[in-house]
Write a protein that binds this ligand. Structure first.
Ligand code: PMM
Length: 276
């Protein structure tokens, strides 16, 4: 499959994101950042008000709403396709009312029992990511012993995403509005992420478009670690992320969730030019 890969640009309206360190924590800075990502060639913008880095604690709902709604309103008014990165139905509903058309739920509907029905009723596209627990506990859940063999993370992710598909269908969400995501870095140890990337065709065999978020994540930092084992800092993982985008384009993913839209777009221009 050589379809055009969608570039989802990340706008974290959080004081504590691991990847962009709270640089866009206020409305004006976040909106300006979103506009820059659009100018760089983002197909859609993912606006999030809750940091999901390992160990993070959750904001209260009102805080999450205050962070994301004004940013969504401004960027949707610009004509951008806007996705809201939230695990809360209340935030998803407010985001859709503010102009978002995609709900990116890293919990795949597990964190809030009202989420799937809210998205189904709201007419949005839904990204269901593989997830097991909130960030303060997720490393305790990074075990994948399976009948297929010890540590068969691909089998477990496929089974658990399949359960989310069943739940989404039961809530009335049509298949055409569902996108799946293997959830790199979420309740996964370094090696699990590489196993998932190597086995991505098995996840694709579930029959849904895939979104993959690898940008700046710690498994890339570990891959590129210095001789003494010090991980490559977050800001110096971009080239590896771009290499992965090319691999993902070759696999035929629906989209990539990235921070550096400009570089990603460059990579995809080369890909598209060589796969007419
Ligand atoms: N990763 C993060 C946040 N949201 N959403 C999806 N669908 N997939 C991901 O991999 C994902 C996500 C964490 O990364 P960030 O802190 O850099 O936004």
């Amino acid at each position: 499959m050589t379809g055009r890969v969608r570039v989802m640009g990340v706008v974290n309206v959080t004081p504590d994101s691991f990847s962009d360190g709270g640089r866009y924590a206020d409305t004006d800075a976040a909106v300006a950042h979103g506009r820059r990502l659009l100018a760089d060639g983002a197909d859609l913008l993912d606006i999030g008000g809750e940091s999901t880095r390992p160990g993070a604690t959750r904001p209260v709902v009102s805080e999450e709403l205050d962070r994301v709604v004004p940013v969504i309103e401004a960027l949707a008014a610009d004509g951008a396709t806007v996705s809201v990165d939230t695990m809360r139905a209340e935030v998803a509903a407010a985001a859709l009312a503010a102009g978002a058309t995609v709900v990116n739920d890293v919990s795949g509907g597990l964190a809030d029992p009202a989420m799937l029905a809210t998205v189904a009723a709201g007419g949005a596209t839904y990204v269901a990511m593989h997830w097991r627990a909130h960030s303060d506990r997720m490393t305790d859940h990074a075990t994948y012993d399976e009948p297929g063999g010890p540590d068969d993370v691909v089998a477990a992710v496929c089974r658990e995403l399949g359960e989310r598909v069943d739940a989404a269908r039961a809530a009335g969400l049509p298949d055409e509005r569902l996108v799946l995501d293997p959830g790199l870095g979420f309740a996964k140890r370094g090696e699990h992420n590489w196993q998932l990337l190597a086995g991505l065709d098995r996840v694709q065999a579930l029959g849904f478009p895939l979104l993959v978020g690898a940008s700046r994540k710690s498994f890339l930092g570990a891959l590129l670690a210095a001789g003494d084992g010090t991980p490559r800092p977050v800001g110096e993982r971009e080239v590896a992320g771009h290499a992965l985008t090319l691999v993902l384009a070759q696999r035929g993913v629906w989209g990539v969730r990235v921070h550096d839209v400009r570089g990603t777009r460059d990579v995809l221009r080369v890909w598209e030019r060589t796969h007419p």
